[in-house]
Design a protein around this ligand. Structure first.
Ligand SMILES: *[C@@H]1O[C@H](CO)[C@@H](O)[C@H](O)[C@H]1NC(C)=O
Ligand SMILES: *[C@@H]1O[C@H](CO)[C@@H](O)[C@H](O)[C@H]1NC(C)=O
Ligand SMILES: *[C@@H]1O[C@H](CO)[C@@H](O)[C@H](O)[C@H]1NC(C)=O
Ligand SMILES: *[C@@H]1O[C@H](CO)[C@@H](O)[C@H](O)[C@H]1NC(C)=O
Ligand SMILES: *[C@@H]1O[C@H](CO)[C@@H](O)[C@H](O)[C@H]1NC(C)=O
Ligand SMILES: *[C@@H]1O[C@H](CO)[C@@H](O)[C@H](O)[C@H]1NC(C)=O
Ligand SMILES: *[C@@H]1O[C@H](CO)[C@@H](O)[C@H](O)[C@H]1NC(C)=O
Length: 401
């Protein structure tokens, strides 16, 4: 099937139309939206989720497939990135959410209810850049998460007003000191994805030769002074480790350590913090809600983050110098490696579709959110011995006003 032919017949009368980018305005204004909505459905095998332009552009103009063959405008996507882009056979699609938790959640929530997509068997690959911990990874590293943790969902005090006996200004909701397990749970604190799928993704990505640059190598060499940062001082590799989500673009040893601690706390010691980004929990929450209604399969999500910068300064440098003034030079290898590693995963899924991926990769770990919404027993959080009595009661357990 060539999607362009299908779309041309949908738009009978509109000759020489190569794209449906202009479709909504056209059809909406003719008030035939409802009729059009069901007139074509794309069932992608792989859907790449980018968060901003450089992460998207690394996929355009590549030799393996042409994502700009078809554009489908979906209401609810960002005004900066209004279209889903697909190959002409509809097997591979990509969109850009816009940055931060609000943009990610809104875009994914809109995608999953679009009548133009059947996403029940689709593999989603969140493929973005992020900050990395030099204790675990480096500039250009390609990390794959099992846990995504919303680390800034906490009380926060300015550093100048932190009590002497607090290790950080972040205090979990409903508690009175850093490091205590939160008693007020929003439900988006932690998501766990399919570790068996993650391991396959790592295997596929490991066949790629990763990119690096002399400038990135020169910056990471600064980390060699601390033996704890051996991973940061070495060249980029593929690393299984977990991602922290926060709209706050934090930087520095203390905040990074505080959020690594939060990741450990919220995953009950299983999660291994290594990267930071601004969207993953938000996208995962929207996917989770869609999975509740069988619109997507939550066990078909891959979370990949490549290292564009370090989350903390090197020995002898200040946190502000590191983030605000230094050129860390990780941008080129990070966006290049999204493509180099990611294309192996996309091709692996498409090529082995019938044999392996159509049926799904059965998870052996718990998959889902902190509430146990999708069934199964969370291996983190307070609801291991059973779902909350009522989910409403959790929401009611807010701090007294
Ligand atoms: C799809 O949109 C992109 C810009 O986002 C454009 O470069 C490309 O030419 C469009 N493709 C078609 C078939 O119109
Ligand atoms: C979506 O695709 C699945 C798998 O091919 C199929 O079983 C299902 O009927 C489709 N749903 C719709 C609404 O077309
Ligand atoms: C994001 O998800 C991770 C794990 O999936 C969770 O630990 C974290 O609390 C979440 N963060 C937000 C802000 O939702
Ligand atoms: C910090 O000190 C305050 C008052 O001095 C005390 O009430 C509180 O329990 C202490 N907190 C911790 C975490 O030690
Ligand atoms: C990495 O990518 C950049 C930008 O495309 C390129 O200039 C450089 O030669 C690449 N380095 C390696 C080692 O492939
Ligand atoms: C992180 O946790 C460790 C171990 O509990 C503690 O020593 C350290 O002070 C914490 N760091 C921050 C910044 O909270
Ligand atoms: C995780 O840790 C919290 C706080 O200590 C505890 O209440 C909860 O039962 C633990 N959950 C699991 C699955 O171990």
């Amino acid at each position: 099937m060539r999607l362009s032919n299908v779309l041309s017949s949908v738009l009978a009368g509109a000759t020489a139309l190569q794209s449906v980018a202009a479709l909504p305005q056209d059809l909406w204004s003719r008030d035939t939206a409802a009729a059009t909505a069901a007139s074509f459905t794309v069932s992608p095998k792989v859907f790449i989720i980018s968060m901003f332009t450089p992460e998207a552009e690394t996929w355009y103009g590549i030799p393996e497939f042409d994502l700009l063959a078809i554009n489908i405008t979906v209401p609810g996507l960002s005004m900066l990135f209004p279209d889903v882009h697909c190959t002409d056979d509809g097997e591979i699609c990509q969109l850009t959410t816009g940055e931060g938790e609000i943009n990610a959640a809104t875009t994914i929530a809109s995608l999953v209810v679009s009548p133009h997509f059947n996403l029940t068997q689709t593999y989603f690959m969140i493929a973005g850049i992020g900050g990395v911990s030099p204790e675990v990874a480096t500039l250009g590293s390609v990390t794959f998460a099992r846990f995504a943790v919303q680390v800034a969902l906490q009380d926060e005090f300015d550093a100048r007003e932190i009590p002497e006996n607090f290790s950080t200004g972040y205090v979990p909701f409903g508690t009175t000191a850093p490091g205590q397990y939160p008693t007020s749970i929003y439900g988006t604190e932690v998501f766990e994805v399919n570790a068996a799928l993650r391991d396959r993704a790592i295997e596929l990505a490991s066949t790629a030769t990763l990119n690096d640059t002399d400038a990135a190598a020169a910056y990471r060499a600064n980390y060699a002074a601390d033996p704890e940062y051996a991973a940061g001082a070495s060249g980029p590799t593929i690393v299984p480790c977990d991602v922290a989500t926060a709209d706050v673009y934090y930087s520095g040893i203390l905040l990074s350590e505080a959020f690594a601690n939060t990741t450990t706390l919220l995953t009950n010691g299983t999660g291994k913090y290594c990267s930071s980004a601004q969207e993953d929990n938000a996208s995962l929450e929207a996917f989770l809600r869609a999975a509740m209604h069988h619109l997507v399969d939550f066990a078909r999500i891959i979370v990949m983050r490549t290292g564009s910068d370090f989350d903390r300064q090197y020995p002898g440098e200040t946190a502000t110098q590191h983030l605000l003034y230094d050129h860390q030079n990780g941008h080129i290898p990070s966006v290049t490696n999204i493509y180099l590693a990611g294309v192996k995963i996309v091709q692996g899924i498409v090529n082995d579709w019938d044999k392996t991926y159509a049926a799904g990769i059965t998870p052996t770990n718990y998959v889902g959110d902190i509430f146990g919404t999708l069934g199964g027993t969370p291996d983190f959080g307070p609801y291991a011995s059973g779902a909350p009595a009522t989910k409403r009661s959790i929401q009611a357990r807010r701090r007294p006003m």
